[in-house]
Design a protein around this ligand. Structure first.
Ligand SMILES: [Zn+2]
Length: 67
């Protein structure tokens, strides 16, 4: 019998069983997997979204960003 391999859950840093018995591997649970996917999705969403220019105050920008 192979002992189950324990990896660190990328979301919570806890122990996660890296074996077919753990369908959420490398995460420790469905919750951690969902959190990670959610973080990835929001990151992607942020990259594809440009900030509305009308909300920017030119005086609040650092000098190197002023035009
Ligand atoms: Zn976890």
């Amino acid at each position: 019998m192979n002992s189950p391999r324990i990896v660190r859950c990328p979301t919570c840093g806890g122990d996660s069983v890296f074996a077919p018995s753990n369908q959420w591997r490398p995460f420790c649970s469905e919750r951690c997997r969902q959190i990670d996917l959610g973080a990835w999705a929001s990151e992607s969403f942020r990259v594809e979204t440009t900030p509305p220019l009308e909300d920017l105050d030119p005086d609040a920008l650092p000098p190197e960003l002023r035009q």
